[in-house]
Design a protein around this ligand. Sequence first.
Ligand SMILES: Cc1cc2nc3c(=O)[nH]c(=O)nc-3n(C[C@H](O)[C@H](O)[C@H](O)COP(=O)(O)OP(=O)(O)OC[C@H]3O[C@@H](n4cnc5c(N)ncnc54)[C@H](O)[C@@H]3O)c2cc1C
Length: 395
Amino acid sequence: MPEYVIVGGGPAGHSAAKTLVEEGAHDILLLSRDPDPPYDRTAVTKSYLHGDITHEQALLDAPEWYAQNGVELRVRTSATKLDTAARTLTLADRSTVDYGRLLLATGANVHRLRIDGAALSGIHYLRTLRTADEVREDVEDAGHVVLVGGSYIATEVAATLTSLGKRCTIVMQEDVTLERAFGKRAGGFFQRVLEEHQVQVHGGQDVARFEGEGRVSTVVTKAGDRYEADAVVVGAGVHPDVTLARAAGLELGERGGVLVDSRLRASAPGIWAAGDVAEYESVVHGGARMRIEHWDVAEQQGRSAALSMLGRDHVHDAVPYFFSDLADWVSMEYVGPAYSWTEELVRGSLDDGEFTVYYLDGDRLAAALTVGRSGDLDRARELIASGEPVDRAAL
Ligand SMILES: Cc1cc2nc3c(=O)[nH]c(=O)nc-3n(C[C@H](O)[C@H](O)[C@H](O)COP(=O)(O)OP(=O)(O)OC[C@H]3O[C@@H](n4cnc5c(N)ncnc54)[C@H](O)[C@@H]3O)c2cc1C
């Protein structure tokens, strides 16, 4: 019987397995529905989509690393049922696995648009390496690609495909790109960068339907605007994959994730959760429940969960960190997150493309976004974690 079973081969599951190995644990089973061993998902919209790195280069470890280090990796393997009382996991082939301790690192699934024309070919959602392969192949002969959404996925894909010579149009609900995360001012900066590289951006638009004969040819908005498209990529958010957890009767949180404490323990003994699926008690946010969809957070939570599974009294106390690149045009980094704020303080200059925006909630720092001033992030992390009042002049 494997003592440690990890469901999910994303960064959370992968870093949990690595940490268990580093700490000398044995009997580790890592299950992933994905056909590929764990890989860098962030490359799916960036370097991998652009063709800068190969499939092998996108892998987090060589396929043989797992067996060599005592981790049984089973890809193309879905867990379908979790029985927390019997401590068994049922797999899609109906076999069962007994476990001692189990980590749910099932991540998130893309939100699919359920509108007329949604089943036409040429409409894509990006999450896996395979979906990036499909997009690359499909847009080879496409002149014009429409991106639905104004957040990371749509903006990153617009930048990547533009740099591959495609004409890209973003159609989004937001007024300016990335405004939900960063506000209108910083969002406006990123939109200008996109527009300077000939990406067309249309805000305040709800997509009503897709039209085409078998294949998508037009994106139609509720306002009646029509955008021609040889292909479409939708980035309309994700929802945590709590299928196993819900059916097992684990407690879920208000943000839709598996509820865990600051040590990432779920509501049943022997179960932990980490990554996109985990709604955790964040000690650096005064114990607030957070569910975060960032690579670095998933990786660090995988590590924290593994230590906790090993019986260490380990509290997950990292300040969440996010990065994104729009082709090689601009890179951003962010610590936070701020769901709301009362004031934005800018250091540096948005006009010069080198700046930090500090997001304050009253006198407290809630988040910081930087372009070209990574050095500002350490102090920002300290201020977020301490919750001490910000000295605006010193910032
Ligand atoms: C295209 C893309 C680009 C991104 N770029 C960035 C970025 O630039 N910066 C950033 O900070 N974040 C980025 N993110 C977000 C980041 O990748 C996620 O936050 C991170 O991957 C979450 O990790 P995870 O391990 O929780 O889940 P996931 O990476 O979603 O992995 C979950 C795994 O669980 C498996 N699984 C689910 N259910 C089962 C089951 N029942 N049985 C077996 N296996 C199962 C899935 O197949 C998958 O392999 C990006 C996300 C995407 C999709």
